[in-house]
Structure formats: structure tokens, C-alpha cells
Design a protein around this ligand. Structure first.
Ligand SMILES: Cc1cc2nc3c(=O)[nH]c(=O)nc-3n(C[C@H](O)[C@H](O)[C@H](O)COP(=O)(O)O)c2cc1C
Length: 348
């Protein structure tokens, strides 16, 4: 795979990106949004240490097929050793890796993942630097961050990552403490003006129009959508709500790629949120098996899976874990940081 995501981001047009979403931005959903003008997809966040340790985790967390590109695999990691080894394993099957520096959930902060990494610029610098030095271009290494309360800290953080060799950054223009309040466009613009790296702007893209506004106002190179594209996978094609052919495509994709019922159903729940009247929605959301869902869709919209639909053959991923290429020595800087971290606990 020699797709160059940086070149795509540098094209003088708005690049449209599907966000990493735990449980949701899996192969089936990526296949769907790629049919509606989505240029780049992220996997859900995958725990790097489980990925290197457990075959079951690898099988559960990652699958791909020949059409699934450009693809960025996002990891949660808190040391260089895990990030590098996980990257090594997955690199033959994707176009880049990303480190999650934005997840604000309590479990992630407690475990030292996600937004907790915003407090550890030296570690994130090392994660980026080590991957950049070991996996050749055009493979990308990037970080997805949230804003710091102090914009100077955000700018410093981004400049450190730029210097370490990051290919691009994604900025969710909220601080880890912010929930549903509007994004901080002014601070996003300040970040934009402070680094030369391609930037993906993220936050509140709910329609093609809002994507275009964010692209123009932020002056970033690309826009990323999470909740918006979940509710309407066709939004980058300009649809204001999920079109019926998108539901048809979902049925076709999920009848070819093995999909657990909960994933199959949840996505339909999101997609129908804006188009089903409330009473039908409550009924639909309570359905417990695929046959009942298919019957509902047939009765309500006359839609059923198309038996002659295109097949989406999975790539058989072979992960060579017989020797972990990088040993713990590589994480020397990180160990030092962990010591600091423990030190902080005791001095608090
Ligand atoms: C269901 C869900 C799962 C998410 N999972 C991830 C994830 O795995 N990694 C990540 O960096 N962000 C994750 N996010 C955050 C989104 O990628 C995005 O930054 C955030 O939702 C703001 O974008 P939006 O306003 O378009 O939703 C998730 C968000 C949602 C709604």
C-alpha cells in the first residue's frame, strides 16, 4: 500500500475524514462511508498492549479488505515499546498510525491513555519520533489531540510533535473538560497559524455545509466527523439525512462482511434517528434480532439485502508476533517518565 495521506491532505481541496470511534468505525462502517465521499478513515482506538499480546484482541479489533484505504489505525498507548510493536504488526495493512491524545474518559485518564498524554509531551514526542525513524514514508504517524485550556500549551505541544516528525495532527477543538459546548474555533485557528503540518479540524461537523464552514474558517486541510457521520453516513455527499440507499448499502455490506447483531443494529438506530417517527423509532430500537430488523425495514421502506451485492473479501492478516522487534530498552525515555509519574504520586 503506497498511498500517501500527507499528499492527500495537501491537495487544495477539503479532505473529508471519518473519525476514530470505539465500537463504530469498524470495517463495515468504513466501507459504507467510503461510498459517500469520505476520503480517509480511522479505525476505532485499539489498545496497543492488548493488540501485541493477544491474538483474540487482534482478531476482534482489526479487520480490513482491499477497498479499505486510505486507512489510519488509532492506538491507545502509554509507552514507546507498545506503540512501536503494535505499529510494526499493523503497518502492512494500513497507511498510517495515530496516537490517541484526546480521550477524556475517566478510565483512560486513570490508565494514562488518551488526554492524559497531553501532560506528557516528551513521551508523545518519543512515540512519534520512534515510529517515524523506523517505518518509512509514505506511512504516516500522527496524533489526535484536544486543546489545552492554555492555548500556548497547545501550540507548544503541536510544535514538539511537528519537530518529532509527525505527518499531520487532528485537533478536536475542545478541551478535555468540554462536553457539548461549541468548539473553540479561535484557538483552533491559532494552532493552524502556529504549525506548518497538515491539520484535520474536528468538532461538530453535522452536514456538508458545516464541514465546508469549518474548513474555510479554520483554514485547516481537512475536516473530521464523528457523531454527524454516525447519524448520517452520507453527509459528506451532501445529504441532510440518511438516504434510503445508504440503508440499502448497509444491509448489503453487512450481509457480506460477518457482523455482530449489536453492531448491525446500533448503526441502523443511529442512521434512522432523524428519519423515523418517534413511535416507530422506539419500536425499532427495541428489536432483538436480525430477522426482526430486516422485517421492519422491508415493511417500512421496502428494503431488503441484495443477494447479488458486491462481495467485500477480507484480507487475511498475518501478524508476525514470534519475536517482538522492539524490546523494552527502546522505552528508556518513557520509563524515566513513568518514574517521574510515580514520583508525582508520592509527592502529591
Ligand atoms: C461513539 C464515539 C466513539 C469515539 N471513539 C473515539 C476513539 O476511538 N478515538 C478518538 O480519538 N476519539 C473518539 N471519539 C471522539 C471523536 O472522534 C470526535 O473527536 C468527537 O466526537 C468530536 O467530533 P464530533 O463533534 O464530530 O462528534 C469518539 C466519539 C464517539 C461519539
Amino acid at each position: 500500500m503506497s498511498i500517501d495521506i500527507v499528499e492527500i491532505l495537501k491537495e487544495p481541496k477539503m479532505t473529508k475524514v471519518c473519525a476514530p470511534m470505539v465500537r463504530y468505525s469498524k470495517l463495515q462502517f468504513r466501507t459504507l462511508v467510503r461510498q459517500y465521499d469520505c476520503d480517509i478513515c480511522f479505525t476505532p482506538m485499539i489498545l496497543a498492549d492488548s493488540f501485541i499480546q493477544s491474538e483474540k484482541a487482534r482478531d476482534n479489533e482489526f479487520s480490513t479488505n482491499t477497498g479499505d484505504k486510505p486507512l489510519i489505525v488509532q492506538f491507545a498507548a502509554k509507552n514507546v515499546y507498545d506503540f512501536l510493536n503494535a505499529t510494526e504488526l499493523v503497518a502492512p495493512y494500513c497507511n498510517g498510525v495515530d496516537i490517541n491524545c484526546g480521550c477524556p474518559q475517566r478510565w483512560a485518564l486513570k490508565e494514562g491513555y488518551g488526554a492524559d498524554l497531553l501532560k506528557k509531551p516528551d513521551l508523545v514526542k518519543d512515540l512519534i519520533y520512534q515510529v517515524r525513524n523506523r517505518i518509512p514514508h509514505p506511512f504516516t504517524v500522527s496524533a489526535k489531540i484536544r486543546l489545552f485550556k492554555d492555548i500556548h500549551k497547545t501550540i507548544d505541544f503541536c510544535r514538539i510533535l511537528e519537530k518529532a516528525g509527525a505527518s499531520f495532527l487532528t485537533v478536536h477543538a475542545r478541551t478535555p473538560e468540554m462536553r457539548c459546548e461549541p468548539i473553540d474555533l479561535n484557538n483552533l485557528k491559532l494552532v493552524r497559524d502556529s504549525v506548518k503540518l497538515p491539520l484535520i479540524a474536528n468538532g461538530d461537523v453535522k452536514s456538508l455545509e458545516s464541514a465546508e464552514n469549518l474548513y474555510k474558517e479554520s483554514n485547516c486541510d481537512a475536516v473530521m466527523s464523528a457523531r454527524g457521520i454516525l447519524t448520517n453516513p452520507a453527509l459528506f455527499s451532501g445529504y441532510s439525512v440518511t438516504p434510503l440507499d445508504c440503508i440499502q448499502n448497509w444491509l448489503d455490506i453487512t450481509s457480506t462482511i460477518p457482523t455482530q447483531f449489536i453492531c448491525f443494529h446500533h448503526h441502523l438506530v443511529f442512521m434512522l434517528e432523524k428519519i423515523l417517527p418517534k413511535k416507530n423509532r422506539l419500536f425499532f430500537n427495541s428489536l432483538q434480532n436480525k430477522a426482526a430488523v430486516l422485517e421492519f425495514l422491508k415493511d417500512t421502506y421496502g428494503i431488503k439485502p441484495n443477494n447479488n451485492s458486491k462481495s467485500f473479501d477480507l484480507i487475511k492478516c498475518i501478524f508476525n508476533t514470534s519475536h517482538k522487534k522492539y524490546n523494552k530498552d527502546i522505552a528508556k525515555d518513557d520509563d524515566d517518565l513513568s518514574m517521574n509519574f510515580l514520583g508525582n504520586i508520592f509527592t502529591e
